[in-house]
Ligand binder design. Structure first.
Ligand SMILES: CC(C)(COP(=O)(O)OP(=O)(O)OC[C@H]1O[C@@H](n2cnc3c(N)ncnc32)[C@H](O)[C@@H]1OP(=O)(O)O)[C@@H](O)C(=O)NCCC(=O)NCCSC(=O)c1cc(O)c2ccccc2c1O
Length: 350
């Protein structure tokens, strides 16, 4: 696809989102029995001249079967204690009756800048969401509408990193980046306001980014004496291309939501007051799909970038699936039975 076509199709993503949400959509019964309007989850390739209204009847069996998810608001249950610790700088919630977790940096007075403690708390929440078999999608966000995250809190930055209660200087957000990447469930950044510095890197690490129309993106490191020469630069170059990545870091400018969409930094842009609604819809669409398919796809896309560490992650998925098979179990059972394994009944697939 040419750059022009790509940019045009990205614009259409915004447009079709607006059409879908602005139109008077049909009502449907949701899973809790309440009346709700529905979202046609399939983008139609169309121009603005001949666009099909989103409330038109489904045109294919695929659309009829898969096209709609509920757009009722999620109902969140707050979790105050994680890893036996009271959360102080993060709000952690799970949606009642559906597999979505939400982790929000809660330092709005600092534009959600993170300290080592914030990062540690996020890490506990991600670990909890990973281990909870009911959770299939995780939202990362910041509280308030002014910032997703403004990166490391510069007031606690010491010579060797950011300093917390234990006085040890850390760059522990790097471990968090790896944790999010390795997490075998989709992580969605829900961005309102500023996503800058280390906060910009966090959204890039997430699998998807839903941006509000007030979102602002940028790298500030070269202005504040910092840089991320890991995923923050190399993954960015894969996302938006070498020239744009160098521009973003070398000039340290800010970019609005439409510019971010045009660059391929975000997946879609929606009005601020519909940010959570749209993010939840994207999560619900993913939750309908095969968790194993999503898991292995994420690992494959990581493996393409992550060298041996990526192959290890992808290989771990192969082992996990193999353990579920009779062939894999025959080896284990033979060991336990103190006999030689008999793999003769398993086909040598072409
Ligand atoms: C984000 C802003 C552009 C917002 O500007 P705005 O005008 O809307 O708001 P204020 O500037 O008035 O901010 C309100 C309030 O918040 C405080 N604040 C904001 N951001 C931070 C921050 N990052 N650290 C500390 N405090 C912050 C601000 O001081 C105000 O407080 P008052 O007391 O005065 O009310 C703008 O705020 C801005 O530019 N912020 C700084 C962005 C930044 O440079 N971030 C750090 C980049 S470096 C980084 O994040 C980083 C972290 C790592 O852990 C790394 C690890 C490894 C390698 C690299 C790393 C790295 O680069």
């Amino acid at each position: 696809m040419s750059d022009i076509t790509t940019a045009a199709s990205r614009r259409l993503t915004v447009l079709s989102g607006q059409i879908a949400h602005a139109s008077s959509e049909p009502s449907a019964q949701n899973d809790s029995g309440h009346s709700c309007s529905v979202h046609l989850g399939i983008e139609r390739a169309s121009t603005s001249e001949n666009s099909i209204p989103a409330h038109a009847p489904p045109t294919s069996s695929y659309e009829r079967i898969h096209g709609q998810v509920s757009r009722r608001p999620a109902f969140w249950r707050k979790i105050e204690v994680v890893a036996k610790e009271q959360l102080q700088e993060v709000i952690y919630e799970k949606a009642v009756g559906e597999g979505i977790a939400k982790i929000a940096i809660n330092r709005p007075e600092k534009r959600n800048a993170f300290t080592p403690r914030t990062v540690l708390e996020m890490s506990w929440c991600f670990a909890d969401a990973r281990d909870d078999p009911k959770i299939g999608a995780i939202i990362l966000t910041g509280t308030g509408t002014q910032a997703f995250c403004s990166g490391g809190d510069q007031t606690v930055r010491g010579k060797g990193g950011y300093v917390g209660e234990d006085n040890v200087p850390r760059l522990n957000v790097l471990d968090l980046q790896v944790q999010i990447r390795r997490l075998p469930k989709p992580v969605v950044a829900m961005v309102a306001g500023f996503a800058v510095g280390g906060g910009h890197i966090l959204h890039m690490i997430c699998d998807l980014t839903i941006a509000a129309d007030n979102a602002v993106f940028g790298q500030t490191g070269p202005k504040v004496g910092s840089f991320d020469a890991g995923y923050g630069s190399t993954h960015m170059a894969r996302l938006i291309g070498q020239k744009k990545a160098r521009e973003m870091w070398f000039l340290s400018r800010m970019y609005n939501a439409q510019q971010a969409l045009d660059m391929g930094l975000v997946n879609t842009v929606v009005p601020l007051d519909r940010l959570e609604e749209e993010t939840v819809i994207w999560c619900r669409e993913m939750l309908r799909n095969s968790p194993t398919a999503l898991r292995v796809l994420k690992a494959a896309m990581n493996a393409d970038e992550d060298g041996q560490a990526g192959i290890q992650e992808l290989g771990g998925n192969a082992t996990l699936l193999f353990y579920h098979s009779e062939e894999g179990d025959e080896g284990r059972q033979a060991y336990v039975d103190r006999r030689a394994p008999d793999f003769s009944r398993f086909p040598r697939l072409p």
